[in-house]
Design a protein around this ligand. Structure first.
Ligand SMILES: Nc1nc(=O)n([C@H]2C[C@H](O)[C@@H](COP(=O)(O)O)O2)cc1CO
Ligand SMILES: [Zn+2]
Length: 161
């Protein structure tokens, strides 16, 4: 009799993997971010990645990081976390978990808190010394949103697509 496989991916690998796969859709040349929202009982509810809003062409809006604010990306990009929240059309996200490949900014933190998400699992934290991320952590702490860094397993997953 055959027994069950042992090398299946964990829940955390699964959801962070889905978040990272989603981030691969991003057209941002500098930072690609992906997010995956999961219910308390481990069902995937939504996904998102960073990009311009619907109707705002990736070929016409600017991907620059500097210069005239109206001619760089920052005023126009929707972050992966906000996209994942807005992509969910099923009702409430109360008690849900968010997996995201980069720690949320302060604007997304507000949306995360207000949507009822209670847990944030993040991978990178490369902007941890910025006021934005420091403000996020202050708000998460005050609002009782738990956040912890994803523990990388370094498992390599090869997808032949
Ligand atoms: N948590 C985040 N989620 C995101 O989706 N983003 C997006 C906004 C930009 O498109 C890009 C950051 O660009 P850069 O400043 O690293 O070139 O990632 C940024 C952050 C950082 O807080
Ligand atoms: Zn954000």
């Amino acid at each position: 009799m055959s027994s069950k496989r042992n090398d299946y991916i964990t829940w955390d690998e699964y959801f962070m993997g889905v978040a990272k796969l989603s981030g691969m859709r991003s057209k941002d040349p500098n930072t690609q971010v992906g997010a995956c929202i999961v219910s308390e009982d481990n069902k995937i509810l939504s996904m998102g990645y960073n990009g311009f809003p619907k109707g705002c062409s990736d070929d016409e809006f600017p991907w620059e990081r500097e210069g005239d604010p109206l001619e760089n990306k920052y005023l126009y990009t929707t972050h992966s976390e906000l996209n994942a929240i807005l992509n969910y059309r099923g009702g409430s996200l109360e008690g849900a978990k968010l997996y995201v490949s980069l720690f949320p900014c302060n604007e997304c933190a507000k949306a995360i808190i207000q949507s009822g998400i209670k847990t944030v699992v993040y991978d990178e934290d490369k902007y941890k010394d910025t006021p934005s991320v420091m403000a996020s952590k202050r708000m998460f702490d005050a609002a009782g949103v738990r956040y912890y860094q994803y523990q990388r397993t370094n498992r390599e997953v090869v997808l032949k697509l």
